[in-house]
Design a protein around this ligand. Structure first.
Ligand SMILES: NC(=O)c1ccc[n+]([C@@H]2O[C@H](COP(=O)([O-])OP(=O)(O)OC[C@H]3O[C@@H](n4cnc5c(N)ncnc54)[C@H](OP(=O)(O)O)[C@@H]3O)[C@@H](O)[C@H]2O)c1
Length: 316
């Protein structure tokens, strides 16, 4: 039997990394086996992976030495950081830098870094079209990732860059789904500025990452922006109406109103949506459903995602 090569997956107990783990396990002829990296090997999610036969190894991006041990002997490493756990650009940068350097020390052959754009390259801090946050950022959770791309290019093992789109799963988990208004009708309310939003079934992100590992190191140095579909607010609302069997309106919330909603990250997300609106076609070109489908055959459309998940979207 040919020995399988190991893909070490950061975030294996989470959304992006978990999707990659499931994609590898689902392919019985895969040339790869999975090593799940987690800070908590005893957690329920880590134990569930272990029961599936996945090797579970301790590793913490805040502890660089633990990453070197966790990556040892791996052919590939999937790197993702979770800004929303701590809301710190500096910490996300240090974690990503530690991952990048550890891949090189461990002699890894192929890294996939789940990044996003440093928005300041297109909208400099002195550009008043987008408010500056904390004096240093336009979209903190994008800028923090994009600003460490050069560390992967210069200090990591050979790296491919993956840019995910808005998870449709945000409609389930982040209270972004449609709500009942005073008129009793459901309305999807998002700040889109009249433009279309690239979105994706979160599970498909890991599937696309798997497609990149399968393509191999010919992808190194390149950027792959993925989406399941690119839809306007009205199109998403119409598809939801179809799925739920009732009317769903769309409210295009003004960016300033959204930024002022006061929940943690409201300004960051408001700027993210406005950045997408300002860049328009350029942003959408960088999230390509055809490319994503070539990496992950069977990629879900929004209709298909809705038919699998509509019961999980809280309709308040
Ligand atoms: N939501 C969206 O629409 C969207 C779109 C594009 C990109 N993103 C980006 O996606 C990222 C989050 O990815 P996700 O959705 O896959 O996250 P998630 O489902 O919340 O899971 C986070 C994962 O990261 C691991 N992790 C966190 N801190 C770690 C550390 N210090 N060391 C090692 N592992 C650590 C966790 O593992 P353990 O707890 O087991 O250690 C967990 O598996 C965010 O940075 C966000 O900006 C989100």
């Amino acid at each position: 039997m040919v020995k399988k090569e190991i893909i070490a997956v950061i975030g294996a107990t989470g959304t992006q990394g978990g999707g990659l783990v499931r994609a590898i396990l689902a392919d019985h002829n895969s040339p790869f086996s999975v090593r799940a990296i987690t800070r908590k090997p005893d957690s329920e999610k880590a134990q569930a992976l272990s029961k599936l036969g996945v090797e579970v190894v301790a590793g913490d991006a805040d502890n660089p030495a633990s990453l070197e041990r966790a990556f040892a002997g791996a052919h590939g490493v999937f790197c993702v950081t979770n800004y929303w756990e701590h809301f710190s650009v500096d910490r996300e940068g240090s974690q990503a830098t530690a991952m990048a350097r550890a891949t090189k020390t461990a002699g890894v052959q192929h890294v996939i870094w789940s990044t996003l754009e440093d928005t300041r390259k297109r909208i400099p801090l002195d550009d008043a079209r987008l408010p500056t946050i904390n004096g240093k950022y336009k979209v903190p959770h994008f800028d923090s990732k994009g600003s460490v791309d050069h560390v992967f290019a210069e200090e990591a093992a050979p790296t491919t860059y993956l840019l995910a789109a808005f998870y449709w799963d945000n409609f389930i988990y982040f209270g972004m789904g449609p709500r009942k208004g005073a008129d009793g009708e459901l309305a999807l309310s998002m700040p889109l500025g009249g433009v279309k939003l690239p979105g994706i079934a979160a599970e498909d992100i890991g599937g696309c990452a798997y497609g990149l590992f399968r393509r191999g190191t010919i992808t190194v140095g390149k950027r792959f922006g993925i989406a399941g579909e690119v839809l306007s607010g009205h199109e998403m609302a119409a598809k939801m109406a179809n799925a739920f069997g009732c009317k769903v309106n769309f409210n295009d919330v003004p960016f300033d109103v959204y930024r002022g909603l006061g929940f943690p990250g409201a300004e960051d997300l408001g700027n993210m949506f406005q950045y997408q609106a300002i860049l328009g076609d350029e942003f959408r070109r960088n999230r390509d459903p055809a490319l994503a489908r070539s990496l992950k055959p069977g990629l879900l459309s929004f209709d298909a995602w809705l038919s699998k998940n509509k019961a999980r979207i809280p309709l308040e």
